[in-house]
Design a protein around this ligand. Structure first.
Ligand code: AMP
Length: 212
C-alpha cells in the first residue's frame, strides 16, 4: 500500500501517519523529518534547507525531490509507505508519479485531512516533539506525563523553531497557495479521500482506517 497524507501543517498528518504506518507495518516517510535530520547533522542539504524552513517557506523542489528519490530507492519501501509532507505542490506531485511509474509503482490512495484554521493554529503552537524518537505531544491536548519528557522513550521534548505563531501563519499561506491544485490533481485521478480532521486524534484515526 502506497499512501499520501495531504493537508495543512497541523492537520494531523504526522500524528496519524505514524499510527497508521505502525499498525499496517509500512514505512512513514516524512520529508519534514528527513530535512530536520539533515539540518541537525549539518549536511550540505541541511545547510541549504535551513533558512527556508525557519522562514516557513518551501525548500526548493530539486533539493527535496532528490532527497525523496534517494529514500525511495532503498529496498525497504517494498513493504509500502505513507508519505507525509510530500508532495507540497503540483510539480512535486507530477514528479512523484513519474518516479514511481519508472519503478512500475503508483500511489494507491491520497488521504486529505481537512482541518480548520483556528484548530490548526491551536495544535501547532502547542506542539511538542521528542528529540529522540520524534513522537508528538501537545501542551494541552496531549500533555506528556512528565514535564518536557517523552512518555515513550524518556527523550527531551522541544518546540520546533517553525511552530511559532508568526511562522505558522506563513506556512499556512504557502500551503493555501498550492493546496487547491494538488487536491484537484488527485481528485481528478480518482485517488483523493477527504476526511474532516478537526476532531481529536482517535476518532479521526478510526475514519482513516475505515477508508483504507
Ligand atoms: P513539515 O514537518 O512537513 O511541516 O515540514 C517542515 C518544513 O520542511 C516545511 O515548512 C518546509 O520548509 C520543509 N518541507 C518539508 N517537506 C517539503 C516539501 N515536500 N517541499 C518543500 N519543502 C518541504
Amino acid at each position: 500500500m502506497k499512501i499520501i497524507f495531504l493537508g495543512a501543517p497541523g492537520a494531523g498528518k504526522g500524528t496519524q501517519a505514524k499510527k497508521v504506518a505502525q499498525k499496517m507495518n509500512i514505512l512513514h516517510i516524512s520529508t519534514g523529518d528527513l530535512l530536520r535530520q539533515n539540518v541537525t547533522n549539518s549536511t550540505s542539504l541541511g545547510r541549504q534547507a535551513k533558512d527556508f524552513m525557519n522562514k516557513g517557506a518551501l525548500v526548493p523542489d530539486e533539493l527535496v525531490t532528490q532527497m525523496l528519490i534517494d529514500r525511495l530507492s532503498r529496498p525497504d519501501i517494498e513493504k509500502g509507505f505513507i508519505l507525509d509532507g510530500y508532495p507540497r505542490n503540483l510539480n512535486q506531485a507530477k514528479k512523484l508519479d513519474e518516479v514511481l511509474a519508472d519503478k512500475n509503482r503508483s500511489i494507491d490512495k491520497v488521504i486529505y485531512l481537512d482541518a480548520s484554521e483556528p484548530v490548526i493554529i491551536q495544535r501547532i503552537t502547542g506542539r511538542l516533539v521528542c528529540r529522540s524518537c520524534g513522537a508528538n505531544f501537545h501542551i494541552k491536548n496531549m500533555p506528556p506525563k512528565k514535564n518536557m519528557v517523552c512518555d515513550h522513550c524518556g527523550g527531551e521534548l522541544y518546540q520546533r523553531s517553525d511552530d511559532k505563531e508568526e511562522t505558522v501563519r506563513k506556512r499556512l499561506e504557502v500551503y493555501r497557495q498550492e493546496a487547491a491544485c494538488l487536491i484537484d490533481y488527485y481528485s481528478n485521478t480518482g485517488r483523493l479521500i477527504k476526511i474532516k480532521a478537526d476532531d481529536e486524534a482517535e476518532p479521526v484515526l478510526k475514519e482513516i482506517f475505515a477508508v483504507i
